[in-house]
Design a protein around this ligand. Structure first.
Ligand code: TYD
Length: 136
């Protein structure tokens, strides 16, 4: 799996900004994958760690719909932390990237648009196995 940290990118979600408020729109041209599942994390305690896994197949887009949190992404060689705190920014995570999510603010909501339906068999939840998978 050749995906690298440079494949993890922020997508600017087009939005309509009016005095009445803002409206963000994600149409299919924006994403490199079709959406097969939507889930969201909410009521997350500030000291909780989420994620801690990689996917063999799934690609995903993470959006801080409300509040903020930090996403640690790791390609087996390098890692970086990306703070998400704007509903108009989406973090695109391709397959084969380890991710951890932490430092949730009060009321934070993490929306995940995923390319696959839930399948535990395509998760890698052990970091050592992830390194083997990547050959790193
Ligand atoms: P997990 O993948 O550990 O969540 P996170 O990566 O946010 O820490 O999932 C937590 C639990 O929820 C686990 O028992 C699997 C289950 N789950 C589903 O049933 N369907 C889903 O779509 C997801 C993402 C998780």
């Amino acid at each position: 799996m050749k995906t690298k940290l440079s494949d993890v990118v922020i997508i600017n979600i087009p939005n309509v900004h009016e005095k009445r408020g803002k409206l963000a729109v994600l149409e299919k041209e924006i994403l490199p994958f079709g959406i097969n599942r939507v889930y969201y994390l909410y009521d997350v305690p500030s000291d909780a760690f989420r994620g801690g896994h990689a996917h063999k197949e799934q690609e995903s887009l993470l959006i801080a719909l409300s509040g903020s949190f930090d996403v640690i992404v790791d390609d087996g060689w390098n890692r970086k932390i990306i703070s998400l705190n704007k509903p108009k920014k989406g973090l695109l995570i391709p397959k084969g990237i380890w991710r951890e999510i932490e430092n949730f603010s009060a009321g934070a909501v993490c929306l995940v648009l995923a390319s696959t339906v839930y399948n535990e068999n395509e998760y890698i939840r052990d970091y050592k196995k992830f390194k083997l998978f990547k050959g790193s």
